[in-house]
Write a protein that binds this ligand. Sequence first.
Ligand code: PEP
Ligand code: MN
Length: 346
Amino acid sequence: MIISMRPHASKEEVDHVCERIREFGYKVHSIVGEERVVIGVVGVGDVTACLESLEATPGVERAVRISAPYKFVSKEFKQERTQMDINGLEIGGSEFIVMAGPCSVESERQIMETAEGVREAGARILRGGAFKPRTSPYDFQGMEEEGLKLLAKAREATGLAVITEVMSDTDVRLVAEYADIMQVGARNMQNFALLKSLGKCGRPVLLKRGMSSTIKELLMSAEYLVAHGNPHVLLCERGIRTFETATRNTCDIAAVPVLNEMTHLPVILDPSHATGKRSLVPAIARAAVAVGADGLIVEVHPKPEKAVSDGAQSLTLAGFQSMMSQLQPYIRLWKEARLSELAAAV
Ligand code: PEP
Ligand code: MN
């Protein structure tokens, strides 16, 4: 069950509702928003009696029965799409958002050249890893704070917002000083200490699906972020591990419409990690637009052959520009569909 309190309900009203819930034998998990308090009710008990009683309790606006274990991120809890403003950019609304940039921040020249190139081609957010989760401990681990500073410099020069990965709960404060969106990598999707601390980081989080994780597990991890206070979560499909070896991962393109049925959170597709191969990226990007993703996150490098990580799947600047032009007719159709959906929702 989810209990949505009236906007600006008093503390006494909220406390009274929580007390009633406990009397029915449930546990309470509340989220205090700017306008209202939303209370998650967890446990087993007499749902119908509890719902009926709470609906008649002062301060309560709505009491809804929710069967999914991920309550706050479910469509049952909230029908309307979650939209978020990132530096004046609306994600989850009527714009298809493209995030692009190198796998790793390598140098000032590399990040500046990439930022300018991707912005010219229509990207709105710059990606780049400063903390890198590498499979081998001997591989390049990232420029860390120096890399974060270069990202901030690129943001200043281009006006692009910045997304970068945070790998550990001890780095959350540092990364949040520089990033507009905090990225949780596939390998960290179930790092619960990290998720809990990102609940309070004050920045939107892009949560990548773990390579062996189900959609339900992805939603449970998103629930951690929301339950710990952060409603600004973007989900990212980046390919999963299967028996197939022709691609680096298997792009679960169906995950996009499945997630759109299950949750109100925006869904971003990463065609770079999903394929591992530059030549396949544009086709999967088109597919993402067609199936209703809210945006893309794409790896781009001015000289992919010299990239310290993920060169084989990185587009050149020219390749990115050409992909963006190819996407335009698809994005126009996407926008028409999205605008009519948003108009029907009001
Ligand atoms: C990345 O975005 O460079 C990355 C490491 O992605 P993932 O966590 O999806 O492997
Ligand atoms: Mn990468």
